[in-house]
Design a protein around this ligand. Structure first.
Ligand code: ADP
Length: 499
C-alpha cells in the first residue's frame, strides 16, 4: 500500500485489498479494459488505492444485469415487507461499520473525521431507514369515474435507473439515491465520483452481505465524459437518470438522455444568499455564516456563499466573522481537532485560488485567507478560509459557484435592495435569513426563489424534508415523499363494468 497511515485505522483491511473492483450482477469484477485509476488522500497527495476504471462496456454489462434483475429476478416478486427488511438490514450494517466508513470518507474526501462520523454517517443511515419505512406504505388510488367503469392506479417502479453522484458527500449522496430507488422497487447502476469511490465500493460489499438479489445494485467506478458517466446517461436501456453535480455537467446529462427520452432528475449548483438583518441575534448569525460557508471546506451546493449584511451591523459582524474564520483549525481530516480539511483535489484547490485572483481583479477586498497554508500542510490541497468584503452582487465571485471556502460579503441598506439582489443569480438551491422580526422572516422565505430556505439556521437537513433547486439548480426534489415521485410512475387501470 502506497499510503502511510500513522494511525491504526479500522479501514486498513479494506484498503489493503486492491485494485478495487466493479460490482456487476452480484459479482466483483475487473473493468473489461483492465484499466484502473488512483484515488488519493487530499491531505497528503498520496495514493490510497487503485480502483477499476469502468467504461462503456462495463456500463453495458451493468445495465444488462440490472435489466435482468428487474424483469426476471426475485426482486420484483418480493413482498414489500421483505424489501423493507433488506433496506433496514443495510442501515444496520452501515451502523455497525460506521467508524470504518467515517475513516474511509475522510481519507478519500479530506473532510474532518468529526463531520464524517457525526454528520455523513448518521444521515446516510437515517436515509436508508427512512426509505425502508416507505416500502410498505406505497400505494395507488381508486378514482371516482363513470359508474360503468372501475378505475384504479398502480404506483410502479420506473425500471432500470442510472445514478451519477459527486464527491462532496460521497456516501450520503449514494444513500439519497439508493434509498428511494430501492424502496420503490427499481434496479440501478451507481456511478460514484472518480475522486471519492471508496465508500460506495464498501457500501456495495454491505449490499451483498445484506442479501439484496444479484443485479439489483450495480456499482461502476470510473470517469464522466467519454467514459462510464456519459455511457450511463446515454444508454438506451436505462429508464431514468438521477444526477447530482455541476450545472455544466447537468446540461450534458440532459443532452445525453435525449436518445430514449429517459426521465431525468438533477440537483446542481447553488449561490445561496445568506441575509443578516440588523435585528438578528448577531452571535448566532456569525456562527451560521461560518458554518454556512466553511462546512465541508465550502464544497456544498447549498453553501451560503453570498453573505448580505445590513449596513448598521456590517463592520462589527465582519470583525467577529474574521476572528472566527482565522480561528478555525485547519489540518488533515483524520486529526480529531481539525475543523477544516483540504479540498478534495488539486484541481479544486487551483480553481479556488484562481477565483481569489478573479475577486481581487474585480476590486473585492481580501479580509483573510486567499492562499494555501505552508509548512506541513503544503503537500495537501488546502485553502485557508477566505473572506472578501466590498463584493458587488454582479461580480463573478458572487455569481459563479466557487465550491470552496470563499465567502463574498455584500453590504445592503434596505429590504428592497437585498430582496432584489438575493434573486439576481442564475441558481436557486437555498437561501437563509437571520432576523428576529417574524414578518420579515416569512416575507423573505416566500420571496427568495430557492428550493430550501433556512430562518435563523443553516444547513438543517432531514430525510423527510425535500431538497432541490429552482432555476439552474436543477429539476425535481429529492428526499421525503418527493423522491418516491422521482422513482415511481403511475399506471391507471380501467375495468369495464357495463352489463
Ligand atoms: P465536479 O466538476 O465538481 O467534479 P461534476 O459534475 O463534473 O462535478 O461531477 C459529478 C459527477 O458527474 C461525477 O461522478 C463525474 O464523474 C460525473 N460526470 C462528469 N462529467 C460527466 C459527463 N460528461 N457525463 C456523465 N457524468 C459526468
Amino acid at each position: 500500500m502506497a499510503v502511510t497511515l500513522e494511525k491504526d485505522l479500522i479501514c486498513k483491511d479494506f484498503l489493503s485489498k486492491q485494485p478495487k473492483k466493479l460490482l456487476i450482477g452480484g459479482k466483483w469484477v475487473d473493468a473489461e479494459s483492465g484499466k484502473t485509476f488512483e484515488t488519493r488522500n487530499p491531505a497528503t497527495d498520496e495514493v490510497l488505492v487503485k480502483v477499476a476504471e469502468g467504461g462503456k462496456a462495463d456500463i453495458d454489462k451493468a445495465v444488462k444485469a440490472a435489466r435482468k434483475a428487474f424483469e426476471e429476478g426475485p426482486w420484483r416478486k418480493m413482498s414489500a415487507a421483505e424489501r423493507a427488511r433488506l433496506l433496514f438490514k443495510l442501515a444496520d450494517l452501515l451502523e455497525k461499520n460506521a467508524e470504518e466508513f467515517a475513516q474511509l470518507e475522510t481519507l478519500d474526501n479530506g473532510k474532518p473525521i468529526k463531520e464524517s462520523r457525526y454528520v455523513d454517517l448518521p444521515q446516510a443511515i437515517e436515509t436508508f431507514r427512512y426509505y425502508a419505512g416507505w416500502v410498505t406504505k406505497l400505494e395507488g388510488e381508486t378514482l371516482n369515474v363513470n359508474s360503468n367503469f372501475f378505475n384504479y392506479t398502480l404506483r410502479e417502479p420506473v425500471g432500470v435507473v442510472g445514478q451519477i453522484i459527486p464527491w462532496n458527500f460521497p456516501l450520503l449522496m449514494a444513500a439519497w439515491k439508493l434509498g428511494p430507488a430501492l424502496a420503490c422497487g427499481n434496479t440501478l447502476i451507481l456511478k460514484p465520483a472518480e475522486q471519492t469511490p471508496l465508500t460506495a465500493i464498501r457500501l456495495g460489499e454491505l449490499i451483498c452481505e445484506a442479501g439484496f438479489p444479484e443485479g439489483v445494485v450495480n456499482i461502476v467506478t470510473g470517469f464522466g465524459p467519454d467514459s462510464a458517466g456519459q455511457a450511463l446517461a446515454e444508454h438506451m436501456d436505462v429508464d431514468k437518470i438521477a444526477f447530482t453535480g455541476e450545472d455544466k455537467t447537468g446540461r450534458k446529462i440532459v443532452e445525453y438522455s435525449g436518445g430514449n427520452l429517459k426521465r431525468v432528475s438533477l440537483e446542481l449548483g447553488g449561490k445561496a444568499p445568506n441575509i443578516v438583518f440588523a435585528d438578528a441575534d448577531m452571535d448566532a448569525a456569525v456562527k451560521g455564516a461560518i458554518m454556512g460557508i466553511f462546512f465541508n471546506q465550502g464544497q456544498v451546493c447549498c453553501a451560503g456563499s453570498r453573505l448580505f449584511l445590513e449596513k448598521g451591523i456590517h463592520d462589527e459582524f465582519l470583525t467577529k466573522l474574521e476572528e472566527r474564520a482565522k480561528g478555525l483549525r485547519q489540518g488533515p481530516g483524520l486529526d480529531e481537532k481539525t475543523q477544516i480539511g483540504p479540498q478534495v483535489s488539486k484541481e479544486q484547490q487551483e480553481r479556488i485560488l484562481n477565483y481569489v485572483n478573479i475577486a481581487k481583479g474585480e476590486g473585492a477586498h481580501l479580509v483573510c485567507g486567499g492562499e494555501s497554508p505552508t509548512g506541513d500542510l503544503a503537500k495537501g490541497y488546502f485553502v485557508k478560509p477566505t473572506i472578501f468584503k466590498g463584493v458587488k452582487n454582479e461580480m463573478r465571485i458572487a455569481q459563479e459557484e466557487v465550491f470552496g471556502p470563499l465567502l463574498s460579503v455584500i453590504p445592503f441598506t434596505s429590504m428592497e435592495e437585498v430582496a432584489e439582489q438575493a434573486n439576481k443569480v442564475n441558481f436557486g438551491l437555498s437561501g437563509a435569513v437571520w432576523t428576529n422580526n417574524i414578518k420579515k422572516a416569512h416575507k423573505f422565505a416566500s420571496h427568495i426563489k430557492a428550493g430550501t430556505i433556512w430562518v435563523n439556521c443553516f444547513n438543517a437537513f432531514d430525510p423527510a424534508v425535500p431538497f432541490g433547486g429552482y432555476k439552474m439548480s436543477g429539476y425535481g426534489r429529492e428526499l421525503g415523499k418527493h423522491s418516491i415521485e422521482l422513482y415511481t410512475q403511475i399506471k391507471s387501470v380501467w375495468v369495464n363494468l357495463a352489463d
